[in-house]
Design a binder for this molecule. Structure first.
Ligand SMILES: NC(=O)c1ccc[n+]([C@@H]2O[C@H](COP(=O)([O-])OP(=O)(O)OC[C@H]3O[C@@H](n4cnc5c(N)ncnc54)[C@H](OP(=O)(O)O)[C@@H]3O)[C@@H](O)[C@H]2O)c1
Length: 292
């Protein structure tokens, strides 16, 4: 991208955990004019009205941070699964199609839950997907729908997002947020030690998204979590050590916390296309400066 060029960026899901950081990162750079829209500004499932509003704004790139993230709810309820399919599969299809018609870049986010977790060596960007939950299926369908449009796209997979709590009051809380709250009231906790993957710090991912765009990287799929693959147990140990909280943590198997949706046991996202991102332990230090 030419330095002298000013680009109009439209970020959807702007009050979400990731969306708010995307708005902040792009707004800090005068090369961009940024619009951040959330549910109050646009309902992305109303395709007719959404298309009209997006075309009127006429962005140079469209970033979709809208998602349905209630992994267990959509496993249990057909109605919720329908919602997941609309937000995670049909909305990206619609947006990718619109972006192609408008000849602009489309950026979309996906998850390690598109993999089954059986491959302990981790998953490259081109690894075969095989989701084991309905949520994973909805995200896989979204990826396929974006790819099928054959437009200018980046699909960025991440896992276990953490960062400033989302501006939206109903958005999901991150694992570290929940554990900080728990650790203030309990002397002992249990944490699952047989599911391993990477964490993703929302401000880091927002910066990496901007770099990917500015580097005019090849269109396709990218894996951009922070470095370091850990279990929930290992991660909460790190959190309490850094936060100087003396809570006893007991490692347990995932059967200790029966949940409706299956999770992959080992879903490390291998980043083979871009420079490795700093370790999640470094990112945690930044996170704790505003969460404590
Ligand atoms: N969170 C994780 O651990 C995780 C893990 C792997 C991948 N991801 C992926 O990362 C991306 C960002 O996730 P996130 O956790 O930042 O999501 P989030 O915090 O749940 O934010 C999603 C935003 O989208 C908005 N939204 C929902 N329905 C909408 C609609 N119909 N029209 C317009 N806006 C709507 C929500 O607004 P309301 O709240 O007002 O409805 C919310 O502000 C997603 O693609 C997600 O699948 C997340």
């Amino acid at each position: 991208m030419e330095n002298s060029m000013v680009s109009k960026v439209l970020i959807l899901g702007a009050k979400g955990m990731l969306g708010q950081e995307l708005v902040s990162v792009f707004s800090d750079d005068e090369k961009y004019i940024v619009a951040g829209w959330d549910f109050g500004d646009i309902d992305v499932t109303d395709f007719v009205k959404a298309e009209e509003k997006i075309r009127t704004y006429a962005p140079d790139m469209l970033i979709n941070a809208v998602a349905y993230n209630a992994v267990d709810m959509c496993e249990e309820s057909d109605e919720e699964y329908q919602k997941a399919m609309i937000l995670n599969a049909e909305v990206p299809r619609f947006l990718a199609h619109l972006a192609k018609q408008m000849n602009i870049l489309f950026v979309h986010y996906s998850t390690d839950y598109v993999f089954d977790g059986a491959d302990e060596s981790g998953y490259r960007e081109d690894a075969k997907t095989n989701p084991i939950s309905r949520y994973g299926m909805s995200k896989q369908a979204g990826e396929e729908n974006v790819i099928k449009e054959e437009g200018k796209y980046y699909i960025i997979r991440l896992s276990k997002l953490f960062g400033k709590p989302a501006l939206s009051s109903i958005a999901k809380k991150s694992f570290f947020n929940i554990m900080l709250t728990l650790g203030k009231t309990r002397d002992e906790i249990q944490a699952v030690d047989d599911e391993k993957s990477c964490f993703t710090y929302a401000p880091d991912l927002a910066r990496e998204t901007k770099s990917l765009i500015e580097d005019t990287a090849l269109f396709g799929i990218y894996h951009l979590p922070n470095s370091g693959d850990v279990t929930w147990y290992m991660a909460v140990q790190e959190l309490y050590t850094q936060a100087k909280m003396s809570v006893i943590i007991h490692p347990v198997g995932s059967e200790a916390f029966p949940r409706p949706a299956k999770r992959p046991h080992y879903s490390k996202l291998l980043n083979t296309k871009r420079t490795p991102i700093r370790s999640y332990t470094e990112a945690l230090k930044d996170y704790l400066t505003f969460m404590e």
